[in-house]
Design a protein around this ligand. Structure first.
Ligand SMILES: C[S@@+](CC[C@H](N)C(=O)[O-])C[C@H]1O[C@@H](n2cnc3c(N)ncnc32)[C@H](O)[C@@H]1O
Length: 348
């Protein structure tokens, strides 16, 4: 067997294992096993999870044969399964493990594969509508909220220390493409003297953000539905700080959105624009830990979702050098920080 054939064999096996893990994470089968806290039979797990025993039997067998969970059989032939304690945090979305989050999100991407293959064809559609990615905002919410929100705020504000000080004193901040608003709610609690406005084109995400903020009694944050290409005309020079994460490569007309950001910033204001730390040249991405996620998610989601609405489909792997050029073109002074993600610190 050639080395590459062996690698393909491994890839096939691990891809299958990934699908099995994804089922276990989404149906919370691993979580249920952990709660039971002892080796369990298929019948017991099926009862606990209100699932059909035949499916649970098959899944447990697969996970045991893939060396994901432990297996034991007693003298009477009874088969029992358990999770090694040190593995559980990696098999649950409750612990913020980013790999577990991606396994959770896997079927949202694979669910559009046939549509994506049509998009590749010259005569095929340009892209895929947002509605085809059922559960995408919920996935992002889960991923961001438990995975990286706190760290992202900490890293971002370390890179713009003036803004951190201003937030303590009290300023007006806007997040564009805020999704379900978890990041801004965290900031609103941390900086009670400042006011926060989150906006997104997805009305469902905005409804959920407002509901959660009300339920948690957070008074200094509000969320509104707006298209970032066309912000209200009376917002000129309104905000001290504008923030975007994982958004600019998704919008159909990034240059127009950047112009709008510039318009709504106060003259001494700052915009923090976060994106993937990938470069223009493939050669510079070969060893990047972000390349695997950036190219794949770009291909399955960002590019087709953007091109469906007439956009260029830059995606997360378009390259920081290209973004700096567009930002400068719009008239921003740009400082690029590449320590954590790609953080474009823009001022007028
Ligand atoms: C990849 S998600 C990132 C969400 C969030 N910032 C996060 O990091 O989890 C991109 C977000 O941009 C929003 N969006 C896309 N086009 C937009 C537009 N034209 N105006 C405002 N928001 C937009 C989407 O609805 C989505 O919530």
């Amino acid at each position: 067997m050639s080395a590459f054939s062996e690698r393909m064999n491994q890839i096939k096996k691990e891809t299958f294992v990934g699908l099995g893990i994804s089922v276990g994470i989404r149906l919370r089968l691993f979580d249920a096993m952990a709660q039971m806290d002892r080796p369990v039979t298929a019948t017991e797990l099926a009862t606990k999870t209100k699932c059909k025993e035949r499916y649970i039997q098959q899944w447990l067998g697969f996970m045991a044969c893939s060396d994901i969970i432990n297996f034991e059989e007693d003298d009477s032939g009874e088969e029992k399964f358990s999770i090694p304690n040190d593995r559980l945090p990696h098999l649950s979305t409750d612990t913020g493990d980013s790999n577990a989050m991606w396994m959770y999100g896997l079927p949202i991407l694979t669910g559009v594969q046939c549509q994506l293959e049509s998009c590749f064809q010259k005569e095929g559609p340009n892209g895929i509508p947002h509605e085809s990615y059922g559960g995408f905002n919920e996935f992002l919410d889960l991923y961001g909220r438990y995975g990286y929100a706190e760290k992202l705020i900490e890293n971002t504000l370390m890179e713009v220390p003036d803004v951190a000080k201003q937030l303590e004193g009290g300023i007006l901040m806007c997040e564009i493409g805020c999704g379900t608003g978890f990041l801004l709610q965290t900031m609103a609690k941390k900086y009670p003297r400042s006011q926060f406005l989150g906006l997104d084109i997805a009305a469902r995400a905005i409804d959920s953000a407002n509901k959660e903020a009300r339920e948690n009694g957070i008074k200094n944050v509000q969320f509104e539905v707006h298209d970032a290409h066309k912000l209200p005309s009376d917002w000129t020079e309104k905000f001290n700080y504008v923030f975007l994460t994982d958004v600019i490569h998704d919008v159909p007309d990034p240059k127009k959105v950047l112009q709008e950001i510039k318009r709504v910033l106060k003259p001494a204001g700052t915009a923090s624009i976060q994106d993937f730390p990938l470069r223009r040249r493939v050669a510079d991405n070969l060893k990047s830990p972000s390349a695997n996620t950036g190219y794949l998610v770009g291909m399955f989601y960002c590019i087709p979702a953007c091109m469906n609405y007439g956009g260029p489909g830059y995606g997360p792997a378009w390259g920081v050098e290209n973004w700096v050029e567009v930002m400068k073109d719009v008239g921003f002074n740009v400082k690029l920080c590449m320590e954590n993600s790609a953080h474009f610190v823009c001022s007028k």
